[in-house]
Design a protein around this ligand. Sequence first.
Ligand code: NAD
Length: 198
Amino acid sequence: MTDNNSGNGQSRRTFLKTAAVAGAALTAEALAPAVYAAGSDTIKVGLVGCGGRGTDACNNVLHAAKGVKIVAVGDVFSNHVKGSRSRLIDLAGDDEVKKLGNGVDLPEDRCYTGLDAYKKVINNPEVNYVILATPPGFRPLHIEEAVTAGKNLFTEKPVGTDGPGIPRCWRPTTPRSRRGCTSRPARSAATRAATSRR
Ligand SMILES: NC(=O)c1ccc[n+]([C@@H]2O[C@H](COP(=O)([O-])OP(=O)(O)OC[C@H]3O[C@@H](n4cnc5c(N)ncnc54)[C@H](O)[C@@H]3O)[C@@H](O)[C@H]2O)c1
């Protein structure tokens, strides 16, 4: 495993381990270059899809390493946003989360509702790490947005549900987007080539 961030190698390992348990399609290469915003040691998480899995994934990262803050959430339904926000604020009071110095900073103007909520979360300048946890039909669109924005990514599986959608998950759109992101299918050149031909 590569440790590009001085002084934080151990906690990153812990973070990755927990992320893998949670089903993340994540590698060290994905996490290394740009998890931390320039000048900041904090992983600032934006959640897209405030259901059970998304809220639990935030809980996982809050317990995984030092320097994690949940800073934005988005969902198509306002009651899902409300429920997740309130659960996350409760989680910030957890002893272990406090011991790690982690937290939840979710003012209402960083809680987004609607079909374009994903754009607002992903492109929020506060966010440097995105969790995608909607139903998978939306995933290619959301992965593409996150990759284009140069954000680091934890994506729930599956990453797509159809032939046209799946290649969008690994087709980089700009040289910048090649940095800091990967997805599970990209591990297999044979699978990637076969799907791209379809
Ligand atoms: N639940 C699990 O154990 C589990 C395990 C493995 C993978 N997953 C993956 O995680 C996904 C979510 O699981 P869940 O149990 O949290 O489902 P869920 O239905 O509880 O949550 C999905 C949330 O996404 C929101 N949503 C739907 N479309 C959206 C959009 N376009 N933009 C923003 N928000 C949108 C929904 O309103 C809902 O709040 C699953 O579809 C699956 O791909 C879940």
